[in-house]
Design a protein around this ligand. Sequence first.
Ligand SMILES: Nc1ncnc2c1ncn2[C@@H]1O[C@H](COP(=O)(O)OP(=O)(O)OP(=O)(O)O)[C@@H](O)[C@H]1O
Ligand SMILES: [Mg+2]
Length: 386
Amino acid sequence: MPNPFRASFGAVPPFLAGRDGALDDFELALDHGPGAEGRATLIMGARGTGKTVLLTEMEAIARDHDWQVISLHTSAPSLLDEARTAAIEILRELDPDASRYRPTGASVGRIVSIDGTWQDAYGDPTLSPGATLQRLTDLMGSETGLLLTLDEVQSVDLDRLAAFAQIYQDLVRAEQNVAFVAAGIGAGVRALLDSPKTTFLRRARRVEIGAVDIGSAAAAIQATVAATDRSIAPEAAVRAAEISQGYPYLIQYVGAQAWSHAGDETTILLEDAQSALASAIEQMSTNVHEPSLRDLAPRKLEYLRAMLEDDGPSAVADIAQRLGTYHGYQSVYRDRLIEDELIRPAGRGRVEFALPYLREALVRRSARDAGHATPPAQGVRPRRTR
Ligand SMILES: Nc1ncnc2c1ncn2[C@@H]1O[C@H](COP(=O)(O)OP(=O)(O)OP(=O)(O)O)[C@@H](O)[C@H]1O
Ligand SMILES: [Mg+2]
């Protein structure tokens, strides 16, 4: 029996925890016709919170409603050219007039024949991206529509986005049945929204996602196993959810680990869930925290390290003291780290780590920096003679 959990980035899991509201709102926006609130949506969240999965699920909902979907990529040299090429492909399938037989002459032999060629109505490179999209949405009429999506929007080139926004807004103004969903890392997207070139994104409905509640995480784990011929003890599902801290990537990772730990047993037990804790910490360190800590400004890292002295939330006054700075200076870094989604406010004058096992990742990193983590390799042996 293959492992049903999907512990890899971008992989849509069999059950989505905590996304009912966002998906219902999106579906309503499709039903409510052009110009409805929520036709342009901006999904924001930290790494591994399920942005790509949510965007992919919205695409699936649109297809269920007989919409066409065009996924754009920030790596493309031009969003508009990418949209145009994809629109032409759809048009060739949908449009009965996409290719026409054009007679070029007639020859009269023993039988009369007409010479001609098949011409592609969309082969003309001068048909602009705007006109192509307009043609497509015209053809689809009011019953169906066109969804355009853009993942990893935090790394989009601003001019390319602005050029795309203009064409999209023309379609909206012309009351065409279109929708747009973008997704990106919260901190990066917030920086993007400061630019005057992103007014369009600023007006989109924001869906900020993060960890889901433990009950929903446990229910997703339970449902994932229940859809197979195995089962999971209720306390094991709850423990797995607790270890995941409701963080979507870990829901899948811990679920997958517990599943394999159970081996050939038909029921996943508490000990199987419990066994996933150490590797969940390891996995988060390597895949999520290490990459982001590596790029972090030294002052921010110092701030995070100053928080390690407390077991739970830290008082910002204590942090200022530990850093040997005055309060105002401390608050600059606090605010930046909150924007980076690495810490969050925890009641008056306190902050705490915002991502699961960030504390553990920092401790490991400090140990490594101090030279304690991996002991130098030992031993000498002669080379193998050939
Ligand atoms: N709602 C959810 N419930 C359970 N698991 C989820 C949910 N959403 C995503 N996952 C799982 O979380 C992991 C990360 O999902 P995804 O790749 O969508 O995250 P992301 O926010 O796009 O990450 P990144 O910032 O790296 O692009 C995947 O293993 C996915 O299966
Ligand atoms: Mg993603």
